[in-house]
Design a protein around this ligand. Structure first.
Ligand SMILES: Nc1ncnc2c1ncn2[C@@H]1O[C@H](COP(=O)(O)OP(=O)(O)O)[C@@H](O)[C@H]1O
Ligand SMILES: [Mg+2]
Length: 312
């Protein structure tokens, strides 16, 4: 019988009470809840993140998009306060049509025209995708180039790597892969695949989709376990660095791996989900307790990373 407590599975109430409330001062929430603000802070600290092309704050200004992306074939539109992949449009290509408007091609292959993008941005600003329905801003940013490592195992979109960092120590990691169902985004509830990763090597261990174990990618059948993520140590160090500049000490850091620019910070989450435990087939509790016990002996960021990679 699957005994949750014995396996150290962290539930949502305990996560909130024992970790989020204790480790994440409320005053820093606005910073991580705003993807544009997080990005600015990262840029100030020399942390690699997709370049912001523009921020649009009012419905009157949505037409500025045409100017902002004039020279670009690839870009991403997202709500600055969005979550769960909602409201994100990944544009992969622009196709000029003689005597008609250009077509903007989403990573799913579906085409959109500029007025549809304006309409979508209007919806973002009116709060359709933001926490609590509050009015929002539109962030337009660099579209990450798929790293060749992911060519076989992703489906029309860019995977991301979620790392939970607790008190400066990376404690659990998962790779999320877009699927046919998830429309160019890697978020799990949209149909993305979650794959547990060893912190030591970035090796894939166990894969789930819709909380059920799978052994191969549902769209093309490639095997998903025993792969090793490239540039793993840089990626883990990036997660630890972001935690240290944010001032939050129980955070989910989302990182993407760009074919040319390497690991980049996508966003940080002050309330990281608990399903990472399902993807790793392991509970968080034992790891968090191990960190608490070891913390007095871990002085530097390097010590904390070395501890994580030796233990997890
Ligand atoms: N700049 C980008 N380039 C390519 N894909 C992106 C980009 N930004 C987001 N995505 C896709 O959308 C997913 C969710 O993005 P994220 O910024 O983490 O927003 P959310 O808060 O909605 O999770 C990512 O996992 C990735 O698959
Ligand atoms: Mg995310």
């Amino acid at each position: 019988m699957f005994d949750l407590r014995q396996r150290g599975v962290l539930g949502i109430n305990e996560r909130n009470r024992a970790y989020i409330m204790r480790c994440n001062p409320r005053k820093f929430y606005p910073l991580v809840d705003d993807k544009y603000a997080t990005k600015q802070l990262c840029l100030e600290h020399g942390i690699n993140t997709p370049e912001p092309y523009g921020l649009i704050q009012t419905q009157r200004d949505v037409k500025q998009l045409a100017e902002i992306v004039k020279e670009k074939k690839r870009f991403v539109i997202k709500p600055a306060h969005g979550s769960g992949g909602n409201g994100i449009i990944v544009i992969d290509d622009v196709r000029p049509i003689p005597d008609a408007e250009d077509l903007y091609i989403k990573s799913s292959g579906q085409a959109m025209r500029m007025p549809e993008l304006f309409f979508h941005m209007d919806n973002i600003i009116s709060g359709l995708f933001s926490l609590g329905g509050k009015s929002d801003q539109v962030l337009i940013e660099y579209c990450v180039k798929l790293h060749p490592f992911f060519k076989d195992i992703s489906y029309k979109g860019v995977p991301d790597i979620r790392i939970i960092v607790y008190q400066g120590v990376p404690v659990m990691a998962m790779l999320r892969l877009p699927t046919r169902a998830s429309d160019g985004k890697a978020n799990l509830h949209t149909g993305g695949i979650g794959i547990g990763l060893s912190l030591a090597k970035g090796q894939t261990t166990y894969a789930v989709q819709f909380n059920r174990r799978i052994s191969m990618h549902p769209d093309h059948g490639h095997a998903l376990t025993d792969l090793v993520i490239p540039e793993w140590d840089t990626l883990v160090a990036l997660a630890a660095k972001v935690e240290s500049v944010l001032g939050l000490h129980y955070v989910g850091i989302d990182i993407v791996l760009d074919a040319e620019k390497g690991p980049m910070l996508l966003e940080a989450n002050a309330r990281p989900g608990i399903s990472i435990q399902i993807a790793n087939n392991t509970g968080l509790k034992h790891r968090l307790d191990a960190v608490d016990a070891a913390l007095p002996g871990l002085a530097t960021m390097e010590d904390k990373i070395a501890f994580a990679q030796a233990r997890f």
